[in-house]
Unconditional design. Sequence first.
Length: 572
Amino acid sequence: MTSIPASDEATGLATATTAPRPSTHRTEGSPHAWWRDAVIYQIYLRSFLDSTGDGIGDLAGARLGLPYLKKLGVDGIWLSPFYPSPQHDHGYDVADYLDVDPIFGDLEEFDRLVHDAHRLGLKVLMDIVPNHCSSEHAWFKAALAEGPGGPARARFHFADGRGTDGELPPNNWHAMFGGPAWSRVTEPDGTPGQWYLHLFTPEQPDLNWREPSVGEHFHEVLRFWLDRGVDGFRIDVAAGLFKHPELPDSDDPTIDERTRDSVNPLAWNQPEIHEEWRRWRAICDEYAARDGNDRLLVGEVSVPTPLEQAKYVRSDELHQAFFFHLLTAPWNPDVFRKVISEAMRDIADTGSTVTWVLNNHDQVRTVTRYAGEPATGEVSCLGPARARAAALLMLALPGAAYVYQGEELGLPEVVDLPDEVLTDPIFHRTGSRQHIRDGCRVPLPWSGHASPFGFTTGEAVAQPWLPQPEWFAEHATDRALADTDSFWHLYREGLYLRRSLPQMGEGPLVWMESPPEVLAFMRGDGLVCAINFSDHPVPAPVTGAPILASTSCPPGTLPGSAAAWWITDLTG
């Protein structure tokens, strides 16, 4: 492994120091936009660090953790929603886009977080949720009180029902989180009335983006947070927003019954969406023109193909879009090579860069996903080995990367949470555990041998909002920092080399000849990355010792379920 300048390896949090960085391909004053190859750390705020003792993470906790993230070597953070919300979908049901929910803090605490992040050289992205709001939002309350036909209802998708007395939904669409996509309201006079559209839960009514006041309000929202210093936005459901204007029946009424499968072409990926992203880009470009610092728009764009995704990252639309095809790829070299090649061809050709991701707050963690068998707490050794290898692969790819909290600790999914503690609306709407997301959202372990593992502190410490298993102790941050062979040190060293090696950056990726079970490629002027998808050792593609490997890697050998980086001399 490479040598990194020494620094304090205690958990540290608010007092941690950061090792000096060498001069790199990203220099001050460079015209290179910071976001193009940035590594952003996703903070799922409820589960990162609790500063108040109520068992729920908050903005002050995130601020305390900033030095830890600076030590890790990321370039910025993405905060999950912290707006006022009844929390039916953990903040993705927004009641007010211009404030902070008291469970997370207040606007002054947010300002302190932005200030401290910038002082440490970290960018701050925040989540914005434009497809739907909360049923507690003032707009929706006004729509219910107003009755049919008024301007307040025009901001949503209200429609008369079908059937003799309007007792049937307006169309046959299904919700992403299970069940029908329509709910019927009781009108102000007490009679059964119209139906409203909600592609997630009834507590999340979809906004009607064909009504101009909706877009105008969100332009104000962007400016409000940009004026407070944020560096960009992660856009939830960025392929949604516009629905077919006639809201017709789907030709295949079962097409969106597969929970969380965004495939209904009548509800997603409508052509009008692109003009709206041009308006958002113009606002961000306006702010960038003032001080020379780009403001980033990165979209959660769930579309069938990389070619379709590429339309969202054209030069005057979103800067980037998450490339989920790598996240959903099975552990198979042919599939990995296919999705990487398609991304480089279709997305990079737009002038944007690919935004790689292996984990997030909606998906089973890689340590469990790659284990090859169902897990019940602990996972087989294949899971951690493959997750470490995939991490080195991702960090070697050209473009940007996002790291989900706990990924750097090698956290497995918590798969055995009791039904009575589950909070995911998917579980409560479907009765099935198949797609639930609570298992990757369990609060992080920071220190100690028992829950709450340093996650929550205070005079009257509440239990974490989701229970932490006993085996979390093995993955606590203090242990990870003390163990030089841990996931944490692998990520830190990979991030250090990614930043310091001139072969990284945005240069091309060239595939190398390799055995069928191995992917190998070259970056820049002689950096080679190889990943072995088999469970047995194979000859390494490069002689000599690697500069970084996911496991012990003797010269000339690439172990099974492992990845490594080498520097090779092309002049010889």
